[in-house]
Design a protein around this ligand. Structure first.
Ligand code: FBP
Length: 550
């Protein structure tokens, strides 16, 4: 028996809130047919059975809730995000409400569990242990890419053996893309298995006109903002360090932007802006150095800098390099795999264009290795492993030394580095994430009962109180476009990047110069689970500003 903290015990009793429409009998109301966000003809051809389905909304109905016998399976896919356990709890409660004899099976350690037939039945006592807790440890997660027919067929064997009629895949854009491919395949072969997706990722980049936010973003950004606020207070107390803080979030800078809005640091870099302005690494370094020098001239040799982990991918010259690296690796994979480990970098350089080879060679070796060699199973550069915060701090130091010699910088410059990443992904979900996730899971069971496949569970109107949230389903094909992956054009869910004409970014640039000049730090403190609603139930600033902008 494991020992529980006082908070864990108190939190276990929390009953997540559900939208009104999911509380009793309901009916599914179909909306307009959908189209993919781009490349309609190509996407339609690849998804003949699941393309163009209508939006779906659940509305309260008269009478008793429907009864339905159905066993379901669930998979947690990709990086952890606070609230995953509540999605499973909501799904479990929904299935049991449909019929107490219904069973829920969890596939162990991600999509690989389905292929390898590694599973467990999730019973009420197991579920109760995990309600309102962070982490994905109830069944574990993994990054196996579900994309091949033999994986789908292998999965179907175990689904049939367990009489599972529906599979819920909880994941980010890549995992939900694969969920959609699986839904299409099972429908095409008449397998009798529905596939439903759930929008997970702390990165906040799985959102669109219909999905307002991915779960986990709320809690993770609140944890990081607490840490940043604490660092800012330390910084403002000692007044002797520049703190460089890298924030997780993959390519998109949503996490960094949200944390900036919550904590008002001196400098915040936004990858999407760097790309739009066609900035070089030197431009970024010069900008930071200038803020440091200006503050130093006013007696302030301290400050905070937020760096999104995906920054490097947005620097146009490096973006071009990554695109060529992807093509080179895809075209020469067999030959590349045969090359001795210590000769691999040299081999890559020999295949790159002169321009990209020069940039590649100019990067510190740790960065070039990450860009070229160490990709995740979806082909993504593992940006969380690149020490951009250290790289920038050092480069700013070199520039300031030059300026010192020229008499342009007279201050002191000492640095500290931090990375806010893994410490935010498994935090106990905030009230928002606890409610949102439970609703997403419960709603997924209703999509299953409605016989749907290829849909993503959707909960909208999330800045309103939970009883006014709108529950329904969005066809996953609606979110797709064609993109180059491993040298080939593939249908994928379009990643949401920070929009430079969007309300959150506009709010940030309104204040950026003042936050750089002054010390305007805000200290948000830790997430509160019990107490006044204005302290405990606030959604993110990003979500609020995006709603105001509508
Ligand atoms: P997904 O939600 O897209 O799976 O990724 C979340 C994330 O935390 C990213 O922010 C980060 O770059 C990546 O996972 C780190 O991956 P890993 O957990 O494999 O180190």
């Amino acid at each position: 028996m494991s020992t529980k903290s006082a908070l864990q015990i108190a939190r276990a009793a929390y009953q997540p809130k559900l939208p009104q429409a999911l509380r009793g009998a309901l009916k599914a109301v179909e909306g307009a047919p959908t189209q993919s966000v781009a490349d309609q003809e190509e996407v339609k051809k690849l998804f003949p059975n699941t393309y163009g389905m209508p939006y779906l909304k659940f509305e309260p109905a008269e009478g008793a809730p429907a009864k339905k016998s159905i066993n379901a399976g669930v998979i947690l896919s990709g990086g952890q995000a606070p609230g995953g356990h509540n999605v499973i709890a909501g799904l479990f409660d929904g299935l049991k409400k449909l019929n107490p004899a219904n069973k829920l099976y969890g596939f162990i350690l991600g999509p690989g569990g389905l292929v390898d037939h590694n599973y467990m039945e999730l019973t009420a006592d197991i579920i109760d242990e995990y309600r309102n807790t962070g982490g994905f440890d109830i069944i574990g997660s993994g990054r196996t890419k579900l994309e091949k027919k033999d994986q789908f067929d292998k999965g179907l064997e175990i689904l049939k053996a367990l009489d599972i009629k529906a599979l819920v895949i909880i994941g980010g854009d890549d995992s939900n893309t694969n969920a959609c491919v699986l839904a299409e395949y099972y429908k095409a072969i008449g397998a009798g298995v529905q596939v439903i997706g759930c929008p997970k990722t702390i990165d906040g980049d799985l959102k669109n006109s219909e999905i307002e936010t991915s779960f986990g973003f709320d809690t993770a950004t609140k944890v990081y903002s607490e840490i940043i606020g604490n660092i800012e207070r330390d910084c403002n107390s000692a007044r002797k360090y520049w703190h460089f803080i890298k924030l997780m979030g993959r390519s998109a800078s949503h996490v960094t932007l949200e944390c900036a809005l919550q904590t008002q640091p001196n400098i915040t870099l936004i990858g999407e802006e760097v790309e739009a302005k066609n900035q070089t690494l030197d431009d970024i370094v010069t900008y930071i150095a200038q803020v440091v020098a200006d503050r130093a001239a006013r007696g302030m040799n301290f400050g905070t800098v937020l760096v999104p982990e995906g920054l490097i991918e947005f620097i146009p010259a490096i973006k071009k390099l990554i695109a060529e690296l992807n093509d080179v690796l895809a075209a020469n994979q067999a030959e590349f795999d045969m090359i001795q480990a210590d000769k691999k970098i040299q081999y890559i350089v020999s295949k790159l264009s002169k321009e990209n080879a020069t940039i590649f060679k100019s990067l510190p070796e740790s960065v070039s290795r990450q860009l070229a060699l160490e990709r995740d199973p979806h082909g993504n550069v593992q940006v969380s492993l690149i020490e951009t915060e250290q790289l920038l701090a050092d480069m700013v130091g070199v520039k300031l030394d030059e300026w010192k010699k020229e008499g342009k910088f007279l201050g002191k410059y000492a640095t500290q580095h931090h990375f806010c990443g893994y410490e935010g992904r498994c935090a106990a979900p905030s009230n928002f994430d606890a409610d949102y996730c439970y609703s997403l899971g419960y709603n997924a069971s209703m999509l299953i009962a409605a016989g749907k496949t290829g849909y993503m569970s959707s909960i909208k109107n999330t800045v309103a109180p939970a009883d006014q949230w709108i529950a329904g389903g969005i066809p996953i094909t609606m979110m797709m476009n064609m993109e180059k992956r491993n040298g080939e054009m593939k249908p994928v869910i379009r990643k949401a990047l920070v929009e430079l004409d969007g309300a959150p970014f506009k709010e940030f640039i309104k204040h950026r110069a003042e936050w750089a000049r002054e010390t305007s730090f805000v200290y948000p403190g830790p997430i509160q689970y019990f107490g006044p609603t204005e302290v405990c139930d606030q959604p993110t600033k990003t979500l609020k500003l995006e709603h105001q902008g509508k």
